[in-house]
Design a protein around this ligand. Structure first.
Ligand SMILES: *Cc1c(COP(=O)(O)O)cnc(C)c1O
Length: 360
């Protein structure tokens, strides 16, 4: 069977080259006589894999030396609790900007541990824009400010990093990880689940400035204490070994492609094809304000629920799968992460044109 174009929000497409390499190395990884799935995480051969993955990530993202890179389990959602436990530790206050479900969930978790304040929210317009917050609006003695950089469900992104002055800034970058260059030095921590852009599910990458570490609350479960994982080079317990290996292959693929500048160019090209079509279509339209549009997740609708359903059904039959929008937005959503080829978006747009002609 031919491979489909998978527009899923996550887990999502992986580069075909990566899947082929993993398949070729499945039974015997580099002469070790075993699969990466089977080997000890304390073995020499595995140690090289995790170290190479970290070195590649540091190189590609240009991560400053005073940041730790952690390869953890638990998903992005576990960090929603780990972040207040580790960092809401001086004044017991933190500011959250509510730009969608993921920010909302992180905020709700932080409220369990201290004075979490929602500084701004775009809930009034179904999270279709990024609220602009100026430096003066943040709580001056907040322990950190929290944002969700790319809003997977609603399709918005921060094109500019908010200025929080001296307050440490923490960002969930799950759905824009490695999609374009990011100035890590502007953040105290960035983190994300790997299953959108980096690897299969099971791996969460946390990049944390060293001075943030070591002040976790006494009640913090050992497994949620970032310092423990940092001191043990992500090997305090068994890490998600195979997922880290696939992550390494994805990073090699990215490097071969020309790194994050080249990836950004390709992602902009893909997004432009789709947005240009949506802006000119009489049947389909995008759901978010133009200036905050995501390069990764593109929600769109028609004016009729019936047409939406018909479109999703016919698209699926034609090999464009997982286009159904999130239940809170309805309509459609095309997630066009790094691994989606330009050709996939071109073919989707051609299909949408044909559908529009046939149904109007
Ligand atoms: C998918 C996603 C999450 C949830 O990730 P899990 O690994 O399933 O916990 C959190 N934040 C964002 C921005 C996401 O896209």
């Amino acid at each position: 069977m031919a491979r489909v174009y998978n527009f899923s929000a996550g887990p999502s497409m992986l580069p075909e080259e990566v899947l082929k390499k993993a398949a070729a190395e499945m039974l015997d990884y580099e002469g070790s006589g075993q699969s990466v799935m089977e080997m000890s995480h304390r073995s020499k051969v595995y140690d090289k894999i995790i170290k190479d993955a970290e070195a590649l990530l540091r190189e590609l993202m240009n991560i400053p030396d005073n940041y730790k890179v952690l390869f953890l389990q638990g998903g992005a959602s576990t960090q929603f609790a780990a972040i207040p436990l580790n960092f809401m530790n001086k004044n017991n206050k933190a500011d959250y900007i509510i730009t969608g479900q993921w920010a909302k969930k992180a905020f709700a978790e932080a409220q369990k541990y201290g004075e979490a304040r929602a500084v701004a929210s775009s809930a009034d317009k179904t999270f279709s824009y990024i609220p602009k917050v100026s430096k003066e609006e943040f709580t001056p003695d907040a322990d950190y400010v929290y944002i969700c950089m790319n809003n997977t469900i609603y399709g918005t992104v921060y094109h500019e990093i908010p200025d929080t002055g001296d307050i440490p800034l923490i960002a969930d970058i799950s759905s824009c990880f490695l999609s374009e260059p990011l100035d890590v030095s502007k953040f105290a921590m960035v983190y994300g689940g790997a299953q959108k852009n980096v690897a299969p599910a099971g791996l969460t990458i946390c990049i944390i400035r060293e001075d943030m570490l070591g002040n976790a609350r006494d009640i913090t479960p050992t497994m949620l204490d970032y310092k423990i994982h940092a001191d043990n080079d992500s090997l305090y317990n068994t890490p998600p070994c195979y997922t880290i290996y696939i992550c390494k292959l994805v990073l090699e693929w990215l490097k071969d492609l020309g790194g994050l500048e080249a990836m950004k160019e390709r992602n902009e090209k893909k997004a432009k094809i789709l947005y240009d079509f949506l802006d000119n279509s009489k049947m389909f339209r995008g759901t978010v304000v133009k200036e905050d549009r995501s390069l990764m997740n593109v929600p769109f609708v028609t004016d009729s629920e019936e047409l939406n359903a018909k479109f999703i059904k016919e698209a699926t039959e034609a090999g464009f799968v997982n286009l159904k929008g999130h239940r809170t937005v309805g309509g459609m959503r095309a997630s066009i992460y790094n691994a989606m080829p330009v050709e996939g978006v071109e073919k989707l747009v051609a299909f949408m044109k044909d559908f529009e002609e046939a149904n109007s």
